[in-house]
Design a binder for this molecule. Sequence first.
Ligand code: ADP
Ligand code: FBP
Ligand code: MG
Length: 525
Amino acid sequence: MDSSSSSPNNNNHHKLGFQPARSRSRLAMASPANTSEPKIVTGTAGYILEDVPHFTDYIPNLPTYPNPLQDNPAYSVVKQYFVHVDDSVPQKVVVHKDGARGVHFRRAGPRQKVYFEADEVQAAIVTCGGLCPGLNTVIRELVCGLHHMYGVKKVLGINGGYRGFYARNTITLTPKSVNDIHKRGGTVLGTSRGGHDTKKIVDSIQDRGINQVYIIGGDGTQKGASAIFEEVRKRGLKVSVVGIPKTIDNDIPVIDKSFGFDTAVEEAQRAINAAHVEAESVENGIGVVKLMGRNSGFIAMYATLASRDVDCCLIPESPFYLEGPGGLYEYIEKRLKENGHMVIVIAEGAGQELVSESVQSMSKQDASGNKLFQDVGLWISQKIRDHFAAQKTLPITLKYIDPTYMIRAIPSNASDNVYCTLLAQSAVHGAMAGYTGYTSGLVNGRQTYIPFYRITERQNHVVITDRMWARLLSSTNQPSFLDAKGDNEEKEEEEALNQLPDGHCAKDTSLASKEINSSIYPTAC
Ligand SMILES: Nc1ncnc2c1ncn2[C@@H]1O[C@H](COP(=O)(O)OP(=O)(O)O)[C@@H](O)[C@H]1O
Ligand SMILES: O=P(O)(O)OC[C@H]1O[C@](O)(COP(=O)(O)O)[C@@H](O)[C@@H]1O
Ligand SMILES: [Mg+2]
C-alpha cells in the first residue's frame, strides 16, 4: 500500500488510537562522530569479544542511575540478578583442548547502572517485513517490560513498518492495550516492505522525542536498523537503536533460531499430514507441500524431520534434477513401487533455476528488493503429472497443498511465547543500560547483544555437507542429488567457507556449519 495514500482510519490501527506526530523536541546531543568501527576486545587464550556500541562511546559525561529493579519485590529474591560487566557468551560451544577461546558476545540482562530515568524515556516499537508468529508477543513484552521493570510509561507504536515513522500516525501502547495481543497472529502495529528512508526516519525520531527504538524484523530490517543507528550516532543523539530478529525462514546468522520458527514448523505438520492422508488413500498417490523458505530451507528441513511421513525434501541449498539416474522422477517411481504413495516437501526457493529454464523468468522484486520467485510447487506438481502421464505405465494421483501464509499468520506457540518474552526483556535491559546498535539474540541458549554488522553480513543457510542434512537424507532415503551436473560440490564448499567462524578450517564441516543449536532442537540420533 502506498504510505502517502493510506489513512490511519482505514485499518484496525485506528481502533488502537494512533496519534499524529508531536512538534519537534530536543534530545541529548553530543558532537557528531564518524561511522562506528567494530568494537573488538581481545583477552587471553584467543578470547575475542565482539562488543556492541554504548552511549559513552560518543556522548561524554552522561549521568547514570541505580537500576530500579534492585527495589522491585519480584526480583529481590534473585541472587546475583545483575549481569556482571565482563560476562560474555561464546559463539561456539564445541571446543578443542588446545583451541582458541574464540568469538564471544556480550551477555544480555539487567545492569546495576542505567542511563535513563523512567520518565525521561520515550520508547518506540516498529515491525517490518513479512509476518512471523510471535510479533505481538514481542510487542507486548517490550511494553510490559519497560513499564513493570523500569517504570517507563511512554511507549509509542509506529504504524506500518519503517515508512510509518514519517508517513503515518503513532499509537500509545500501554500494558492494558497490549494485554492479550499475544493470542493473535500478525502484528497489531502493521508492517510493510520498502519505504526505508534513513534521514526521514531519524528526523521523525527527533521530532517525536524518541530515545529508545525497538525494531522488530528480518535481515532487511536489521540492515535498516544499522543505517538508523549510524545516522543517530552521526547526529550524536542519545537514542538506543535495538534490533529484535524476526524471520520465519530462519535466515539470520549467529542466533540459534528465530522466534516463530518452532510455531511455523509445527503448523507445517498439519499440511504434511493432510498430504500424507490424501496420498495414502489412493493408488500411487503423491502429496506435494510447498513451504516458505526463500533462500534458506530450514522450515522444510525441520518440518520433514519432525513429520517422518515425508519421502523427499527439496530446499534451495540443494540443487536437484528431474530426469535420468539419481533424478527425482526415478526416485518417485521407486518409492511408489515400494510403498504405493509418497510425500514431497518443497521450499519455495528450491529449484528456481529449473523453473526459470522452462517458464519465462520475470525477475521481479518486492518493495524491499527481495527477488520474487515463480511458484515452484505448482511447477513441480505439473512436471510430475506430465512425466507420469507421458510414461503411461504408472498412473498417479497428485495433490498439491500450499499452506504458505497459514504457517506464519498464526499466534506463536507456548515455547515461542517464552522465547519472545526473553528476547524483549533482554532488549529492554540493554537499552536501559545505554547499549545501542545491537540485535538482541539467543546464542547457544543464552541471551546476548550482537553488533548489527554480524547479523547483516550474510544469510544463514542450511549447509548440505552438515550432519543435520545428512540426518534428513537418512530419514527420507531420498537421493542427495550431489552428482547433479558436478557443480554442487563447489557450491557447498563456498557455502561452508562463508559460514566459517574466525580461525577455523574449512574442512571441519562441523565447525563450518550454522547448525541450529542442539540444546534447543533435540538432534536426531
Ligand atoms: N539494505 C537495506 N537498507 C535499509 N533498509 C532495508 C534494507 N533492506 C531492506 N530494508 C528495509 O527493511 C524492511 C524490511 O525488509 P524486508 O526484506 O522486506 O523484510 P525482512 O526484514 O523481514 O527481511 C523494509 O522496510 C525495507 O525497506
Ligand atoms: O508475500 P510476502 O509478504 O512478501 O512474503 C513472502 C515471503 O516472506 C518470507 O516469509 C520471508 O519474509 P521475511 O524476509 O520478511 O522474513 C518468505 O519465506 C516469503 O517468500
Ligand atoms: Mg528477509
